[in-house]
Design a protein around this ligand. Structure first.
Ligand SMILES: [Zn+2]
Length: 273
C-alpha cells in the first residue's frame, strides 16, 4: 500500500512532468473505484492548466484554476506519465490527457479514488475527506508540542495514536516502528503518558524517517510516476521493522515483534523503555 513517502514521490514526479500543462480530456473506462467517479470529473478541469500539485496526507491534489482533483491511490493504485499513451492495459481505468502526454491511472483492486472539488464550493482543505486530517509531518507546524497537546488523556498506545492520523498524518505501520525506535519510546506505552521532551524527540524521528524514505525513493523515479511494487525502503534500510530476532543496531539485543491491533510492531526491548 502506498504510504506518505511514496505519495510524496509521486507528487514531485507529477509536478516535474505536468505543472503548467493544460488538461484536454478525461477518459474514464471504469468509474467503479472506491467511490464511483462522478461526471463532473470530465468537465471541471477541462481546458485548464495544472497550477500546482499538492498533497494532503495520502491525497494528491491536482490544483486547477477551476478546482482541485483529489486522487487517492488506495491499496494498489499507480499513476504513470506517458508522453505517448500506447495500448491500454486491463486495469488502466482513467486517462487524464494533457498537451504534453497522458497521465494514466491503474488500480487492480480499485480501492483508490478520484474526486473533483469545484473551486465554487470553497477551499479544498475544507473537503470532508481532508478537514479532519492531522498536521503534515514535513510542515513547519509539526513538532513535539503538537503531539503532546493531542495526546493528553489518551490511553491508547503511542503506536495506535500515531497510526490513527488525527494528530499527525502519514505515519504508517513501518514508519511508526522506525520512528519510535529512533526516539527510544516503547510502542505499547499509553500516548497520554509520554512526556513533552520525548514527543519532541519523536517528532524529529518522524521527520527524519519520512525524509530518508522520500530521498531514497526519489532517486529511483524517472518519468514513470509509479508506486507499483513494494517500497524498497523497509527491506533495505529498516532499523527495526521486519528484523525480529536480529540484533539491535544500537545495543545488540534481539529485536522483538509483537502484534498491536492486528498489525506487526518491532522494537528493541533495551533501547525503547
Ligand atoms: Zn537496542
Amino acid at each position: 500500500m502506498p504510504e506518505l513517502p511514496e505519495v510524496e514521490i509521486v507528487r514531485r514526479g507529477l509536478q516535474r512532468s505536468l505543472q503548467g500543462d493544460t488538461l484536454r480530456r478525461v477518459d474514464v473506462r471504469e468509474p467503479r473505484l472506491r467511490w464511483p467517479i462522478a461526471d463532473d470529473l470530465a468537465v471541471g478541469p477541462r481546458d485548464r492548466a495544472l497550477v500546482d500539485v499538492a498533497r494532503r496526507g495520502k491525497y494528491l491534489l491536482l490544483d486547477f484554476s477551476s478546482g482541485s482533483l483529489l486522487v487517492h491511490l488506495g491499496m494498489s493504485g499507480s499513476l504513470r506519465f506517458l508522453p505517448e499513451p500506447g495500448a491500454v492495459g486491463r486495469h488502466d481505468h482513467v486517462d487524464l490527457v494533457f498537451d504534453r502526454g497522458t497521465l494514466r491511472y491503474n488500480d487492480p483492486r480499485r480501492f483508490g479514488s478520484m474526486i473533483w472539488h469545484d473551486a465554487a464550493r470553497g477551499p479544498v482543505d475544507a473537503h470532508p475527506l481532508l478537514a479532519g486530517l492531522g498536521v503534515e509531518p514535513l510542515s513547519p507546524r509539526f513538532d513535539g508540542d503538537v503531539l503532546f497537546a493531542a495526546s493528553r488523556g489518551r490511553t491508547v498506545s503511542i503506536k495506535q495514536f500515531l497510526l490513527a492520523g488525527g494528530a499527525v498524518v502519514g505515519v504508517g505501520n513501518i514508519y511508526a516502528s522506525e520512528s519510535l525506535f529512533r526516539a527510544g519510546i516503547r510502542p505499547t506505552v499509553a500516548a497520554g503518558r509520554v512526556s513533552r521532551p520525548r514527543y519532541h524527540a519523536l517528532a524529529e524521528a518522524i521527520r527524519l524517517t519520512l525524509t530518508m524514505a522520500i530521498e531514497r525513493g526519489g532517486t529511483t523515479l524517472r518519468n514513470y510516476v509509479s508506486t507499483e511494487g513494494e517500497p524498497g525502503y523497509a527491506q533495505v534500510d529498516a532499523v527495526v521493522y521486519g528484523r525480529a530476532g536480529q540484533p539491535c543496531r544500537r545495543c545488540d539485543a534481539p529485536i522483538r515483534a509483537i502484534r498491536q491491533q492486528g498489525r506487526m510492531t518491532y522494537y528493541c526491548p533495551r533501547c525503547q523503555a
